[in-house]
Design a protein around this ligand. Structure first.
Ligand SMILES: [Zn+2]
Length: 204
C-alpha cells in the first residue's frame, strides 16, 4: 500500500500544479491559491482516516483536540457569570490540556468504531463530501476562492484513491459505494446536501 509519505507527496505535487494552473488560467489570488493548496494537500490524507493505525487519523485527532482546547481557552478566559469566568491561568491550562486529550481520544475512538479500512472513506462520495465541506467553510470568501478550494480539494482526495488503486492493481478503492447500502446512501445524501448548501450560499 502507498504509505503516508507517498500520499502526501503526490497530493502536494498535484495540488501545487493545479494551483499554478488555476492562477495562470483563472486568476486565483494568493489567498484562494493557498487555501486551495491546503485543501488539496490534506485531501490526499483523508481516505486513510478509516485506517485504525494511520497517521491521518492521529493528526486529525490532534487537530480536533487542539480546536476544542483553543475554544475552551477562549471561553474560560473571557469574563462572564457562568462558571465564574475568567479563570486563573493555572485552571485554564488544566482545562485546555484536559479537553485536548479528551476530545482527541473521543474523535479517534468514534472514527475507529464507525469505519472499516478501505470502506466508505475510499469511495467516490468522499472527494465531493470533502470538497463540499471546504466550500461551505470558505463560502464567505467569494466565488473564485470557493471554486478554487472545491476543485483542488476534490483532486487531492482523488490522488489518494488513484494511488491506492494503482498500487493494489485493483479498482477496489475506486468504488461508488460500499456493500453497506444504507450507509452508502446516507453518505451520498450528505454529500449532495453539503454541496448544494455550498453552492446555494454562493449565489445568495
Ligand atoms: Zn488509502
Amino acid at each position: 500500500m502507498p504509505n503516508f509519505e507517498c500520499h502526501i507527496s503526490v497530493a502536494a505535487i498535484t495540488s501545487a500544479f493545479c494551483v499554478a494552473f488555476g492562477s495562470a488560467k483563472f486568476g486565483w489570488d494568493s489567498s484562494a491559491s493557498s487555501l486551495a493548496f491546503l485543501a488539496g494537500l490534506s485531501g490526499g490524507l483523508v481516505p486513510d482516516l478509516d485506517s485504525d493505525a494511520s497517521k491521518s487519523l492521529r493528526i486529525s485527532g490532534a487537530i480536533v483536540g487542539l480546536g476544542v482546547a483553543a475554544a475552551v481557552v477562549g471561553y474560560v478566559s473571557s469574563p462572564g457569570q457562568f462558571l465564574n469566568r475568567p479563570w486563573p491561568a493555572q485552571s485554564t491550562a488544566i482545562a485546555a490540556i484536559g479537553s485536548f486529550f479528551l476530545f482527541n481520544a473521543i474523535f479517534v475512538e468514534i472514527i475507529k468504531r464507525r469505519t472499516k479500512h478501505r470502506g466508505l472513506f475510499h469511495s467516490f462520495a468522499v472527494p465531493f463530501l470533502y470538497g463540499g465541506l471546504w466550500a461551505v467553510m470558505v463560502s464567505s470568501s467569494g466565488g473564485l476562492t470557493v471554486m478554487a478550494v472545491w476543485l483542488v480539494a476534490i483532486v487531492g482526495v482523488f490522488t489518494h484513491l488513484l494511488l491506492d488503486a494503482g498500487q493494489s492493481m485493483s479498482f477496489n478503492p475506486l468504488k461508488i459505494a460500499s456493500d453497506d447500502i444504507s450507509a452508502s446512501t446516507r453518505l451520498w445524501v450528505l454529500t449532495t446536501l453539503v454541496n448544494f448548501l455550498a453552492f446555494t450560499r454562493l449565489t445568495l
